[in-house]
Structures are given as C-alpha cells and as structure tokens.
Design a binder for this molecule. Structure first.
Ligand SMILES: C[S@@+](CC[C@H](N)C(=O)[O-])C[C@H]1O[C@@H](n2cnc3c(N)ncnc32)[C@H](O)[C@@H]1O
Length: 872
C-alpha cells in the first residue's frame, strides 16, 4: 500500500482524488481524516499525535495542518515516508517492539493526545485473510495506543466490516468512554472500511492482556466455525454450501484457530463416521481413501466412479453430487453396521430430514419453473409456426404455387390426402375444424391437433411421445435461456465494461447505418425509384418546414424517368414484356403486404439470372430488363396501381396494393427510423459508408430501391419474436449488413478525411501567418532604417556599415529576447535540506523537489479557477 497504487478504473479517480491532487495531499485518504476531524474535532487541541501506518503521509499532512504549531507528530509505516515539515517519521512494523521503542525514544515521557490508525494490509484476492489481518492490525495498533495515549485521549482506527467487528467494538468499549463508528463521505461506498473514533481514554492502571490478544478477542468466532453445531451464520453457511452449492458465499467467519490454509483434505472415514456429515461436506475440499479400511471401502461396488470423482474435489460439486455422497455414506454405514436400516440414529434422521425439507421446496420450485418454461415455450412455438406459415404462403404465392383461390383447394387437398405441412394453413384448419372436418386431417402440426387426436389411441401414444420430446426440448431451451441470463447477469456484476459495452451495443443497434430506409414523410406512399439530388432537395424542403407539395413526388417521378432511361439499352438487355405482367397471379383478394415484401425479396440480383424460370418480374433485379419494363415496374413499384399497361394476353393482372401494406415491414422499427432521420439531420452523414452511399445516390449510381433491396435477405421477414436472447445477441454481434459500397470508395473517403485532419488547425495556421507577417514588417523597418543611415552624411563609411549591420541583425532576429538560462537543482541526495547556493552551481538557479511540480501546477489551476469564478 505504501507504494503508489496504479490507478486503473476511472472510478478511482473520483472527486476526492482530484481534490487531493489540487490541494497537494499525498493521498485521497487525507479527506477521511479531515472529515472525521470536522465531526469530532480532536486535532485542533492535540499537542502530540502518533499516526500508525501512515504512508504515504496524507493523514500526517492533515495533522500537521490542523494541529497547533510546535505540536509533536510522529508517523510510522512499513515503508519510508517522504519528509513532511514538522513531522518525524520512521519505517517500522507496528506489531513489533522495535516500533514501540522507536516511538518511546521519540516521545520521551510525552503522551499522545491522538493516536491514528489507517492501516491496511495489502488487500488482494484473499479477502478473508485480509479482513482477519486487518482486525489483528487494529488490535496491535490499539495495543500501541494504550501504551502512549494520555488519559482522555482519542484513538481513531479503521476497521473492516467483518465477523470480528463486534468483538473489536466490545474491546474498545472497555477502554474508552465514548466509542462511535462512522463512515466519512470520502470513504468509498464499495469499501468495507469503517472508522471507529474512540474518545475519552480511560487509562486503566492495569489492562487485562486478553483484551489485546487476537486469540482471545476473536476466540468465539473460531469456536463457532470449528464446532459448526450451532445454528449461527457459519453453520447455516456450511449447510447452504451443500444444499445450494451453486450460490457463492463470502466466508465472513474468518479462519479456524491456527488454520489459515484454504485447501482442506480429510480422510473419508471422518465423513463416514462424523455425526454431522453435512459440516464435513460443506467445509472440506477433498476426502481421501488412505487407510486400509478406507481402501476397502474404495473397492466396494457402491463406491462408483462418480463417488470417487466427487470425493476428489468437493468444491465443484452440485446438489445432486452431494446427495449421492450422503446416500453412499448411508449405504456404507448400513453395511458397516453403523446404522440400522429400520432404526436410524438420531444424526442420520436429522440428515434425512434436512434433505427432505430442502427437497420439497426445491421440487415445488422446479415444478413451477418447469410449468412456466413450458407455457413460455408453447407460446413461442405457436408464434414461430404462425410466422413460418405466413412466410411460406407469401413465397408460394409469388412462385405461383398458390393463389387465394388455391389456398382453399390446398386445404381441401390436405384434408383429403394429408399433405405435408408445406401446404398447411392455420386459418384454413380453423375453418375446417369449425365445419367438423378436422378429424379427417392427418396433419401433425399444432397443439390443437393433439387435442383432437386424443380420440385416436394409436396416434395418441405417438403424440404423447412427441409432446414429451417437445417438452424436453422446451425445458432445455428454457434452461439455456436461464443460464444465458444468469451468465449476462454475472458478467454485468463482474465487469463494468460489459455493462458499458452492452448499452453501447444497444445504442449502436439504433445508430448503425443500414442503408436508407423509408422516406422521412411516412405518409408519402410513392416508392420513387430514384434517390438523387431531387430527392435530397425534397427532403431538405421538408426539413426546412416548407409545406410539402403533394405533387412534388409525381413531378420527381417525371423528372427522374429520363435519368433512368439514360442507361444503355445493351446493358438492360432485350425487352421481355411478359415479365412485368407476371408480377403476381390473378389475385382478387390478395394479401398485398405479403406480395410486396416478397417482390422486394425476389428483386435481388440472385434471382435475376433465373429469368423466366421464376418469372416474378421486378424492377430492381432487372439487369437485363428493358427500359419499358423498368418504367412499368417503377409505376407498379410506386403503389402497384398499374393496370392500364398490363398486357391483356396474360393471365395475370397487377392489383392495387392495400394501404396498410406497411404492416409487412417491421413497424416496431418506426421510431428507430425516425431517430435515424433525426440523427442524420443533426449530424449529417458522418460515416464514410454513409457518405459513400449518399454520393452514389446523388450520382445516380444507385437508386433508393436498390439500396433497400440490398438490405434484404432470406431472413429479413422472419420475426424476432420469441427467439432466445442468446441467439439475438449472437446475431447482433455477427450478422452484419453487407453494404453495397466498394472498399475503394470508402478507402478514398477515409484518405480524404485523413488529409483534412492532417491540415493544421486554423489557429496554428493563423499564428504562423502572424509570425511571418511580423518578421516581414521588422525587416522592412530595418531596411528603411538602414537606408536612413546610408543617407546621413555625418558618418564615416565604416561607421555606416557597422550601424547598418546592427540594424539589419536586429531586423532579422525573431524579435524575442532570449530567455535567461536558469539552472534547476533537484533537492535530493547531496542537496537535500540544503540552504543557500548549491556547490558548483553558477548563475541563476532554482531548487525543485519531486512534489514541487505538482504543487505549482495545482496552485496555477486553483488560481485559474478562482479567476474564472471571479469573472463569472
Ligand atoms: C491506507 S494506507 C495508509 C494511508 C495513510 N493514512 C495516508 O493518509 O497516507 C495503509 C498503510 O498501512 C501500512 N501497513 C500495513 N501493515 C503495517 C504494519 N504492520 N506496520 C506498519 N504499517 C503497516 C501499509 O504499508 C500502508 O502504507
């Protein structure tokens, strides 16, 4: 602790840390003493103070500041303390007599008014060990304090909240009139430390040495732990270790007397013969088979491989493993004749009772969890099925496998022939069921089927096993969800970074650029093909609160059409008039939203090559589509209103899209879109990717529809409802949109940005220009002067030359006077405590020490802050 600790987490650099820096305190802990003194005012009247465990000296600085002049202040620590004015320090262990002697020598026959103790052993991973040593250290400091304190004196100590706390307070109360525990505001809440201020030292003539002996002071604790028989916290902990091993507990009970090891191994006989086997299981790490008798037990049949493995490391066992060990013990005891099967000993009965008690609760809990999990899984399954059915229907309709009319037929077919679930539809089933036709349905899909199938015994058994399997799968799923949740919870607790990352990810989900989505104005129902300048202008107009012109969209369309036509015919390939006509089948009452979504899906390049085989015609996938097609497709894309252009010779007709077709899209993301739009409005397009896309739009290299289409994949329409968290998290992590921009474009933009960044900032450029300008001015002035000198007649040529040279030298100089060199002498080693000029140093010099730099800076900072405050 004496060494400066590396400040890692930013949390450590809190208000008090900064204040300590500013005010020149060596440790933020200085504020704890300031605050304690503010509450109890023990320093102002003190003439002599001993600070035990004082490094680096924060408390000593406070003492020296608040105590009267000429008071005696002594600081002790394991590590040396850098000198502090009017403070005597030495390095020593406060638990040794050497330390006592050193203090005695220093104080002579003075007595201390205040003894401070802020000691802490290096707090590492072994918290219990540290807590215990801390308590011991407190007792040792008290031992020193009672040696040196004057009657009525004050002892201030730091104590950790642990099992020893009450014992310590009890001892303090025996020796002091007033004992108060307090936690100053500057003590971090996360820290288990607490400060005890003991005032009015009673100075008894004789102090029972047991009061200051850790063995006695912390005795009951060790006894509790060792016996484990009482129903106190330690005994409960031990039982809980066995019955709820997954729950990690802090061992606040300290160590057994004289036993400070963490790892504990006992012979298995101890467990078998112990009256309280649970205590053994809860306290040891390993059980060994060493003696001849134990080896015999090892060879028994009942000692299975699992039992042997369980004995090897008890700390990794679960509740089931502990139960198995207890069962094994019972069986072995019966075999050894230690237990009678019919007449159990008192201890065994007790054990069984506890197991049952815990088991019953556990069972109810498990049953509840299972039922909940089942219900949740069932809903999830139903929702998933409904989604699948919906998606399949859409696809089939687009592949002309079915039409609304056919749907009825299909259902009929299914009812007749028991088709596979490719053609099943929830709605149709319901309809059929209403008509009582479901009995004939051989379909095995859905929960309701199971109910109906109850009449059929044979199918019932199949369904039962199905149901059972499903239940198991659901159970596993629910378990996995639970495990994942607890994993995240653990991560959140353990790692502050994880939390931040998580929230950042959440935000990122919103902020991530995934191509341009819906237009700003949601009621605009036109799906303009083109992005481009016009579109941006419209957007600008809208954002500028200009009333949007209803016609503008159509005008835009008009304007944009020629732009589309500019594409060379060769690129678009031969015209296929039938393509557009085959957009959808003859649907009188179509599920329009589905059609549109599917249409966009089939608009991907992937399907372009399939040409006639798919025949779903699309405006975006038409690498080989004719201009006419494209136009028509645009029209139909706008709102699917095109009917006039549709060739009559086709069986199909383009039908009107119903208004609510947006339902197909993830409406839940509407807010997100708006947020994105707002962000773009506020910050502009900030990422290289976004700028590249924007440029492509403006240059008409890409159309908005193309961008949207590029954002689709075969999972786009899948609902995320009911999917497990771990899956969604993984997907968010790894499933990244493939932006339709080239690496080169982004690289070029980034390079441009880098070049911009590399340019000097305006202020620097201005300063440089100013400097140049002043130099030029100086030179000009010098030249004028030189001309004047040259023109004078009352100087000889030699004098003139000298004068001109002088003037020009001045004109060419930087104009700043060279700073006088000051030698810096560090006040350490030979220069430590030196007064007057150091040896061998000539000219101007300054003495510095390691704190000075910080102190000067702090002073400047404070002055600056004061100035600012005054100004405001
Ligand atoms: C929290 S720091 C004290 C900070 C101090 N109050 C200040 O304001 O600068 C605890 C100190 O206790 C010291 N310490 C721990 N065990 C000690 C022992 N047995 N004897 C002396 N000092 C000890 C450590 O070296 C460490 O510097």
């Amino acid at each position: 602790m004496g060494k400066a600790q590396k400040k890692t987490g930013k949390g450590r650099l809190d208000k008090y840390y900064k204040l300590a820096k500013e005010q020149g305190y060596r440790a933020r802990s200085a504020f704890k003493l300031i605050q304690l003194n503010k509450k109890y005012s023990f320093l102002e009247s003190a003439r002599c103070c001993i600070d035990l465990c004082a490094a680096p000296g924060g408390w000593l600085q406070v003492a020296s500041k608040y105590m009267p002049q000429n008071s005696v202040i002594v600081g002790v620590d394991l590590v040396p303390i850098k000198p502090i004015p009017r403070v005597v320090t030495f390095a020593s262990d406060i638990t040794t007599t050497q330390c006592r002697n050193l203090i005695r020598n220093e104080l002579k026959d003075w007595r201390a008014d205040v003894v401070l103790h802020d000691g802490a052993p290096n707090v590492g991973t072994a918290w219990i060990q540290d807590a215990y040593s801390q308590s011991e250290l407190v007792l040792m400091s008290l031992k020193l304090a009672v040696d040196f304190l004057v009657k009525g004196g004050t002892f201030v100590t730091k104590v950790f909240r642990s099992a020893d706390y009450n014992n310590l307070i009890w001892v303090f109360n025996q020796l002091f009139g007033k004992v108060e525990a307090t936690k100053p505001p500057s003590s971090r809440n996360v820290s288990a430390e607490i400060f005890v201020v003991c005032r009015d030292f009673l100075a008894p003539k004789h102090i029972d040495p047991k009061f200051l002996d850790p063995k006695h002071v912390f005795k009951d604790l060790a006894a509790n732990t060792a016996s484990g028989t009482d129903k106190g916290s330690s005994a409960q902990n031990i039982q809980a270790n066995v019955f709820q091993p997954e729950k990690k507990r802090r061992k606040r009970d300290g160590y057994e007397d004289g036993d400070y090891t963490l790892f504990k191994s006992v012979p298995i006989a101890e467990f078998v013969r112990a009256p309280d086997p649970i205590t053994v299981l809860g306290t040891v790490n390993k059980m060994t088979f060493v003696t001849e008798e134990e080896k015999e037990w090892y060879a028994l049949d009942i000692t299975t491989g699992d039992i042997k493995a369980n004995c090897d490391d008890l700390k990794v066992l679960g509740k089931g493993d502990f139960k198995a060990l207890l069962k094994w013990r019972l069986a072995l005891r019966e075999e050894l004749g230690l237990d009678n099967k019919t007449k159990d000993t008192e201890d065994a009965t007790e054990t069984v009772e506890i197991v049952e008690e815990v088991d019953e609760d556990q069972q109810i809990q498990e049953e509840l969890e299972r039922l909940n999990a089942e219900a949740a899984a069932r809903t999830k399954r139903e929702r998933r099925r409904a989604n699948e059915v919906k998606t399949r229907t859409i696809q089939r309709m687009q592949l002309q496998m079915t039409a609304p009319l056919d749907i009825g037929l299909e259902q009929h077919d299914a009812s007749l022939g028991g088709q596979d679930d490719f053609f099943d539809l929830g709605g149709a089933e319901t309809g059929l069921r209403k008509r009582g036709g479901l009995a004939a349905l051989g379909d095995d899909d859905g929960e309701s089927d199971e109910e109906d199938a109850a009449s059929d015994n044979e199918s019932e058994s199949v369904l039962d096993s199905d149901e059972e399997r499903q239940r198991k799968v659901d159970g596993l799923e629910a378990e996995m969800d639970g495990l994942y949740d607890s994993y995240r919870e653990r991560m959140r607790e353990r790692d502050a970074k994880f939390k931040v990352k998580e929230s950042r990810e959440k935000n990122a989900e919103r902020e991530e650029w995934r191509g341009i989505k819906e237009p700003i104005d949601v009621d605009s129902d036109s799906e303009e093909e083109e992005g481009g300048w016009d579109k941006m202008e419209v957007a600008k107009e809208r954002s500028g609160d200009t009333s949007s012109d209803d016609d503008s969209d159509s005008e835009d369309e008009e304007d944009e059409k020629p732009a589309t036509r500019k594409r060379p015919r060769t690129e678009t390939g031969p015209a296929k008039p039938s393509k557009r006509a085959k957009l959808v089948t003859d649907l009188r009452e179509p599920k329009q939203p589905a059609s549109q979504a599917a249409k966009v899906w089939f608009s991907q390049d992937l399907f372009a090559s399939m040409g006639d085989s798919l025949d779903v015609g699309d405006d975006a996938s038409d690498a080989d589509m004719s201009v006419d097609d494209e136009e028509a497709a645009e029209d139909s894309d706008a709102n699917w209103e095109d009917t006039a252009d549709a060739p009559d010779d086709d069986d199909f007709e383009i039908v009107k899209a119903v208004e609510d077709d947006v339902d197909m899209w993830d409406v839940a993301n509407e807010d997100e879109d708006q947020l994105k739009q707002e962000k773009i409005k506020k910050h502009g397009l900030i990422t290289a990717e976004a700028v590249t896309l924007a440029q492509q739009l403006v240059n008409r290299q890409k159309t908005k529809t193309q961008l949207i289409n590029d954002g689709f994949n075969r999972y786009s329409l899948n609902s995320k409802d009911g999917l497990p968290d771990w899956f969604l998290d993984e997907e968010a992590k790894f499933y990244k949109p493939n932006l339709p921009i080239t690496k080169e474009a982004v690289a070029a933009l980034r390079a441009k940005q880098r070049a911009l960044d590399a340019r000097p900032i305006k202020k620097v450029a201005e300063a440089k220009a100013r400097k140049k300008f002043k130099a030029a001015q100086r030179l000009e002035k010098a030249m004028k002067k030189a001309e004047g000198v040259n023109a004078t007649s009352d100087m000889s040529e030699r004098e003139k030359a000298q004068q001109i040279e002088k003037v020009m030298r001045k004109g060419l100089s930087s104009g700043q006077k060279a700073k006088k060199e000051i030698k810096v002498v560090v006040a350490k080693g030979a220069h430590k405590g030196l007064k007057g000029r150091p040896k061998g140093v000539k000219g101007r010099y300054t003495m510095v020490d390691s704190r000075m730099k910080k102190e000067v800076r702090a002073k400047k900072r404070v002055e600056k802050a004061n100035k600012k405050r005054k100004r405001s």
